[in-house]
Every structure is written in structure tokens, then in C-alpha cells.
Design a binder for this molecule. Structure first.
Ligand SMILES: NC(=O)c1ccc[n+]([C@@H]2O[C@H](COP(=O)([O-])OP(=O)(O)OC[C@H]3O[C@@H](n4cnc5c(N)ncnc54)[C@H](O)[C@@H]3O)[C@@H](O)[C@H]2O)c1
Length: 211
């Protein structure tokens, strides 16, 4: 994502893929313009936030007209590097890893899982969907050309040492599905997806902030 270069707030950067997905569907449906209210209802972000987010990229919308869908689409595609393919690896082809490999990410964007790794002899050498499973012990031998992101779906007990090895191999970003809070050098970005925490948060919000 080029948002670092644009110096936009991280919260805005995180919403960009959400906007992009919706704008892409509008474009596919032949829609030519969209208002911030329509956008707001679709992506469930209030329209003032949308206008502020968009203002970081310059005046993209016109009062009473809304936003030009084609313009937004090319703008987001470029900002999110959608014209460039991003190669990703996945480590740990168990229940969760298999489900992620079977989900076709590239249908919606240009992110492709090219390699999967595991230690289980029964899985090494097989394919899940289109993705070949390699021997994790051979990571360095196989090498990671043009790969900067890893999805981590190993058991918790293996998480930290797997992350250490990924960092040594040159990975810059880890999408961590394990419950472990990873320690990594400052230049490595970790995004943590903890379903238990998300569920707990939802329970809390339902109780304390009823809609
Ligand atoms: N299954 C879920 O719904 C779920 C949901 C949220 C989070 N998680 C977390 O995701 C992780 C994986 O969960 P799961 O249910 O898929 O587990 P799993 O036991 O089914 O799969 C783990 C896989 O990792 C492999 N593995 C073990 N050590 C490895 C290593 N050092 N290097 C590479 N591969 C290795 C195993 O052979 C296995 O294939 C866990 O940390 C779990 O807490 C799972």
C-alpha cells in the first residue's frame, strides 16, 4: 500500500480496502457516481469519516454530485497497489490454514498465496487448492523471491520460533492468526487476527452499546 508515502492516518489506511471493494462492485454494476451517504450505508462508516478520509487524497467529490466511480476505482487501485501482484506464503496447513488456502483471495484482489509450508510429512508435497505445500525445514533452501508477507497459522507453541525464522528469511509483514503476541524487530509489521478477542468485544458492545 502506498498510503505510507501519502502520510495518511493508519485508521484511514485500514478503511481503504473496504472502500475499494464496494467501489469495485459499483463499477461492475455500471454505476457512474456514488454519494458519501450511499457509501456510508454500504460500508457502515459514517459519512463525515468518509469525507475526511477522502479529503486526504485531495478533493475527490463534488457537492450535490458525489464521487465519480471510475475515478475512485483507478485512484484506489493505484493507492492500494492493485495493479501489482502481492505474493504471500502461509505457514501451518492445519484446519485454519487449509480453510484460508481454499479461499480464493485473488478473486477480489491481487494478493496470491504462492507457497504453503508445514512440518507434517503427509502434507508436504501435496496441494491445497492451487497452492503447493512445502517442507518448512527447507524454507531457506526454497527461498522467498518477491514474497514479503506471511500468514501464520501454526499451533501457538510454534508461533514465536516460526516468526523468528520468517523474519530471518526476509518477511516484512505477518498476518498472525495464532493467539501469541509475537516479538519482532521494529521494522516488521504484525497484524493480529484473534477471533476470541473479536467475539468478546462483540459481546461487550452488544451489552453496553445497544443500537
Ligand atoms: N481453527 C480455528 O478455527 C482457529 C481460529 C482462530 C485461531 N486459530 C489459531 O490458528 C492456529 C492454527 O490452528 P488450527 O486449528 O489450524 O491448528 P492445526 O493443529 O489444525 O494446524 C496446525 C498446522 O501447523 C503445522 N505445524 C506445526 N508446527 C509447525 C511448524 N513449526 N512449522 C510449520 N507448520 C507447523 C501442523 O502440522 C498443522 O498442519 C492456532 O494457533 C490456533 O490457535 C485457529
Amino acid at each position: 500500500m502506498k498510503s505510507e508515502q501519502l502520510k495518511i492516518p493508519q485508521a484511514t489506511a485500514k478503511r481503504l480496502p473496504l472502500y475499494y471493494r464496494f467501489i469495485e462492485s459499483l463499477h461492475a454494476a455500471g454505476k457512474q457516481r456514488v454519494s458519501s451517504t450511499e457509501l456510508s450505508q454500504a460500508v457502515k462508516v459514517d459519512s463525515a469519516t468518509i469525507r475526511r478520509d477522502f479529503s486526504y487524497f485531495g478533493a475527490l467529490g463534488k457537492k450535490g454530485y458525489g464521487y465519480n466511480v471510475q475515478y475512485l476505482l483507478s485512484f484506489f487501485r493505484e493507492t492500494l497497489d492493485q495493479d501489482e501482484r502481492t505474493n504471500v506464503i502461509l505457514v501451518g496447513v492445519g484446519n485454519l490454514g487449509t480453510a484460508l488456502l481454499q479461499y480464493n483471495f485473488s478473486k477480489n484482489n491481487n494478493t496470491v498465496i504462492t507457497h504453503a509450508f508445514d512440518v507434517d510429512e503427509k502434507k508436504i508435497g501435496t496441494k491445497v487448492g492451487e497452492v503447493p505445500v512445502y517442507n518448512w525445514d527447507k524454507l531457506e533452501e526454497i527461498g522467498l523471491q518477491n514474497v514479503s508477507i506471511a500468514v501464520l497459522t501454526v499451533p501457538a507453541s510454534q508461533a514465536q520460533k516460526s516468526a523468528d525464522r520468517l523474519v530471518k528469511a526476509g518477511i516484512e509483514g505477518i498476518l498472525n492468526f495464532t493467539p501469541v503476541r509475537l516479538s519482532v524487530p521494529a521494522h516488521i509489521r504484525v497484524h493480529h487476527i484473534d477471533l476470541a478477542v473479536e467475539l468478546q468485544a462483540l459481546v461487550y458492545f452488544l451489552k453496553h452499546y445497544p443500537l
